[in-house]
Design a protein. Sequence first.
Length: 220
Amino acid sequence: MKHESLLIVFASLALFSSCGLAPFEEGENLIKPEQTNLQEESSMFEKDEQNKIFTFETNDTKYLGAKGWTLWTVPNVNTSESFNPVAVEVIKESGRTEAGFGLVFCEQKIERKPFMLAVLINANGYYTVGKVSDGVFCHINDGWKNSNFINKGYGIKNTIYVAYDTGTRNFILKINGYEITSFTMSEQISFKNSKSGFAVVIAHNEIFPGKPVRVTFENK
């Protein structure tokens, strides 16, 4: 199976740079979270009583502008010394199809600097993986890639799953049960007490207030 590359999200209540990357992939209109305002907004992810299903929805025009926003929450805690696989079933119900949404994980501080990993997909069938360290986002591998294993469109389920192989020290990404890529990190990541959760990108050109961004996440 052909391995593909990916991107990521994370934040520190600020903008951050993208290691010199162009605003869009050549020929594709992709909303890059590294070029948006980034902010943790747990209150915008409404959860059910079991803390299993989280619903993000907004049509607030304050989030429109030249850059757009990436908003995230990390409600889940890894209590083990090892990495517990993280998985979410995600459905985008409305909003710009090119704007990403997905998993964030291994949120912690390394050498007192914020650090996070993320996997995003969009409703057009693209995905990406990346890291954020001290407020600076960098791609892992080659950025946004198209995948036939991502279900496209509104109201369609996709399952994102990330595990860790202790032998190879690789993270393994699966989407809808298919292995998409693996990647390793040079940073000394601590799994115990690291946090995971969800992220939503709001494009600068959303149709607010008429059409909200709505995404649901279910912990699996």
